[in-house]
Design a protein around this ligand. Sequence first.
Ligand code: SF4
Length: 476
Amino acid sequence: MVFTDFYAQRRNCVPSATAFQEGHGSFPAERLVQAIWQQQRLLRDRLRTLDGQPVRILHPGFKNHGAGPDFHGAMIQIGSEPLRNGDIEVDLRPSGWQSHGHDRNPNFKNVILHVIWEGERPSTTLPTLALQNLLDAPIAELSTWLGRDSLNALPEDMQGRCCAPLLDLSGDKLTELLHQAARIRWQSKAHQFQSRARQVGWEQTLWEGLFRALGYKQNIWPMQSLAESQPHWLKLPANSLDLQARLLGISGLLPAELSPKRTSADGYVRRVWDQWWREQDEFSDYILPRKLWCFHGLRPANHPQRRLALAAHWRTSKNFLSKLETWFTASLDKTELVDSLLQTLQIEQDEFWSWHWTLRSTRLAKPQPLLGSARVTDLAINVILPWFWIRAVEGKNEKLQRVAEERYFAWPSAEDNSLFRLARQRLLASATPKVLRGAAAQQGLLQIVRDFCDHSNAICENCQFPELVREWSANK
Ligand code: SF4
């Protein structure tokens, strides 16, 4: 599909440190290989070390912006060994381990996996994983989508050079430019779904997207792992409570014993355990360690145990997908978008989770929904609409492509967060969310940060975006 937008054309003219040119013996930039690792754009169920051991990635780790290995805090399993926690180093070739001096540097003593682009023999005793033949899409395609992705944080206290030309634009022009940038972000997500669907099918791809979105930013990876093992844990027919037990058991989030104080959760935990102890052996290969989950800074309503209960209701609903398709093809007014999707995804009531935030919290005075409108917007923008769109693209159904696009660009703004705030202050000198009209404009702003800010520095050195904005303004 060819897009001729001004933003897309100019973005492609900006040299990227990670752009990949295919050719004889070419290697991608190390930064692109790091981005592939960070985003796990891999055939994750086929990973093997150079000596043939299967590798399971439970968490790829967090990008290290200082000295030392490229990623900290990763969690992996090699073959049937116990889980390993530690660092990941990314190099293009096995020999990078010695030639970069990692073998002599004590900062690298916690590395648990050497990730390389290509090579046949490890040059360290560490397990070594070559990515070249394990990508989920061709490298040139990944270079287009990930080449500019963020590995850096945005500097905090600087207004950018693009601020003045952006503020000169009328509200409509600014929104139009942001929408062009948003289109890039939308396509990137959609093509990621397309690549995954080629491996596992459209339905499984949708479930993986939904689970990831239920993980928020803190728990994306454990939710992804759970969704990936779904073909194994969904083998038996299950009602919602049975599936909650299974998901809580496999996730490692089921408490090992009842609290010494009697709590209102005791009855629920007992029932869940009654179910789980019967089947835990069958699913033992897929059980995640509890420490994989992050609870820091989580609102109680977003606790993963509660999110898994919601996922169990969706997964055991016989008509979940057909309801979603009915919502997508219904004729809806802009003002009905959020509520109609919320109604489609909301579950009526859960005997336990409608009345509790977590397994430890006391019973609430009034039942609370398992899904709110903020999460519905994230699900629509990041998963449901791009998934429907790229499926329509593959099916050459232009009418449904238009429906997905119209909904995306009409969707009301997402809940404000620190990422949006920082980008608004830097690019638009504005602390007020109102300056961005709708969720697509917010997405467009984030895309500009990825495409330009992340390749410049705090003083906007060599950034071509201000010129792009001036040119855009003059040509309009
Ligand atoms: S780096 Fe470029 S896009 Fe980012 S704030 Fe500076 S001028 Fe704007």
